[in-house]
Write a protein that binds this ligand. Structure first.
Ligand SMILES: C[S@@+](CC[C@H](N)C(=O)[O-])C[C@H]1O[C@@H](n2cnc3c(N)ncnc32)[C@H](O)[C@@H]1O
Length: 217
């Protein structure tokens, strides 16, 4: 019997979740199925994001005890990268199984792995560095404003936000997940923050954003 394609399976259960008016419910189902050996998490790369690592290297980025948060951390590879640079790192995901398995994959980690919902964040969370990689795009457009506002709210005064996301042109048809971001949606991260550098990375058939913002001190 052939294994189902990981992307197809994720899209199938996402469609069921959306039809049941539970647009984020499929994440826990996917991670639980993966833990049971019946599914593969399509974004499980086992290593930090290829757009994050050069960004940190180019800046010789060091945390020096400053705080960082990883939104929708999955199995934690990006969080471990930031912790290795000296950031006091929190990483959260809506799926409890992802959080459990992230901690299990990195048993000696200093990262604080936590279950939390970007759409209903614990009060008072503020961090010096916020990494949002592909989580906003994993939720349907009806949740976009709230998700972006949640990400913005995590940035402390003087703090930096890095957004890594798939992009789409205005008017391009959508058939998510994922639901890539238009330039206007990317610009919505800048409300109350200042854009530092917005990179439009064009790969064959794919547009990606890597965008850095700061909140004035
Ligand atoms: C496409 S994956 C990206 C994972 C990781 N950030 C990366 O770059 O590989 C989206 C992740 O966000 C999590 N997620 C989705 N909605 C969320 C929400 N409302 N709050 C927190 N995490 C969420 C999912 O469980 C999943 O782990």
């Amino acid at each position: 019997m052939t294994e189902p394609d990981p992307d197809s399976y994720a899209r199938e259960i996402a469609a069921e979740s959306l039809a049941a008016d539970d647009p984020t419910g499929w994440f826990e189902r996917l991670y639980a199925d993966a833990a049971g050996g019946t599914a593969v998490v399509p974004w499980d790369r086992g290593q930090p994001n290829r757009f994050l690592v050069p960004w940190t290297e180019k800046r010789w980025l060091r945390g020096d005890g400053r705080t960082a948060v990883v939104v929708g951390c999955g199995f934690g590879a990006d969080a471990e990268h930031l912790a290795s640079l000296g950031f006091e790192t929190t990483a959260f995901d809506i799926a409890p199984t992802a959080v459990r398995d992230a901690a299990a994959r990195h048993p000696r980690s200093s990262v604080r792995y936590q279950t939390a919902d970007l759409l209903d964040l614990p009060p008072g969370w503020r961090f010096d560095l916020v990494l949002e990689s592909m989580t906003v795009q994993s939720m349907p457009l009806s949740l976009r404003d709230k998700a972006i506002a949640g990400v913005r709210s995590l940035v402390a005064p003087g703090g930096t936000l890095l957004v890594i996301a798939a992009g789409r042109e205005d008017g391009e048809p959508l058939d998510g997940p994922p639901w890539p971001l238009t330039r206007a949606e990317l610009d919505a991260f800048a409300v109350g923050l200042s854009p530092v550098r917005i990179e439009e990375i064009r790969e064959p058939d794919v547009l990606r954003w890597r965008a850095e913002f700061i909140r004035p001190a």
